[in-house]
Write a protein that binds this ligand. Structure first.
Ligand SMILES: Cc1cc2nc3c(=O)[nH]c(=O)nc-3n(C[C@H](O)[C@H](O)[C@H](O)COP(=O)(O)O)c2cc1C
Length: 189
């Protein structure tokens, strides 16, 4: 049966390399994975008082309900100051509360960081993994995906121009598909 994967992009920029990558990844995914980008730019900043007082913004409630309907998560993020961009961290925080009602737990995930720089967003990638440990989102270990030199990767239509990168992305999506199958099965058993 096909699996629904929510894709979260850690950049709001119109010409974002990470958004281009998130879209390109759909083309490398097997038919059994259905990727959908979930927009996070409209989520108000997390404020615990609003949950505690029983008046969460509707954007939070809708986001939480939506995320619950997916089988797994794919995070495609830039690195901001060697860490996770605030917009993505905010979405993660919103989904994690109220306490005991996190929408993340027990579903498989994968992380890809994309940067024009040479280090490929390693810092953001691993800071994000740290949160996923706490949120009980088993994150695929291999292959790791630190994509550098992003400014050279796409043509004007957002297609990947480099064959080696295309091959890597195919491997990544195949491995993620297997990871989702394996992890979901283990959780449901
Ligand atoms: C606030 C800020 C901090 C940044 N810090 C880093 C960084 O630590 N490492 C890095 O590789 N690039 C850094 N960059 C550059 C981003 O990688 C670059 O802007 C990239 O294009 C952002 O991803 P996007 O194309 O998906 O928007 C930073 C950019 C901004 C705006």
């Amino acid at each position: 049966m096909s699996k629904k994967i929510a894709v979260f992009v850690g950049s709001l920029r119109k010409e974002s390399f990470n958004r281009k990558m998130a879209k390109a990844l759909a083309a490398f995914a097997p038919e059994s994975l259905n990727l959908e980008i979930i927009e996070i730019g409209g989520l108000p900043l997390y404020d615990q008082d609003l949950d505690d007082e029983g008046r969460p913004p509707s954007a939070w409630t809708e986001f939480r309900e939506r995320v619950k309907s997916f089988d797994g998560f794919l995070f495609v993020t830039p690195e901001y100051n060697r860490s996770v961009p605030g917009v993505l961290k905010n979405a993660i925080d919103v989904g994690s509360r109220p306490y005991g009602q996190s929408v993340w737990g027990g579903k498989p995930g994968a992380v890809m960081s994309v940067s024009p720089g040479a280090i490929g967003g390693f810092g953001a990638n691993h800071h994000l993994r740290q949160s996923l440990v706490f949120l009980d989102v088993p994150a695929m270990q291999q292959p790791e995906a630190y994509i550098g030199g992003a400014a050279q990767l796409f043509d004007a239509n957002g297609n990947i121009t480099n064959e080696a990168t295309g091959g890597f992305l195919k491997n990544f999506m195949d491995a993620f598909t297997a990871w989702v199958e394996k992890t979901r099965q283990r959780i449901l058993e």
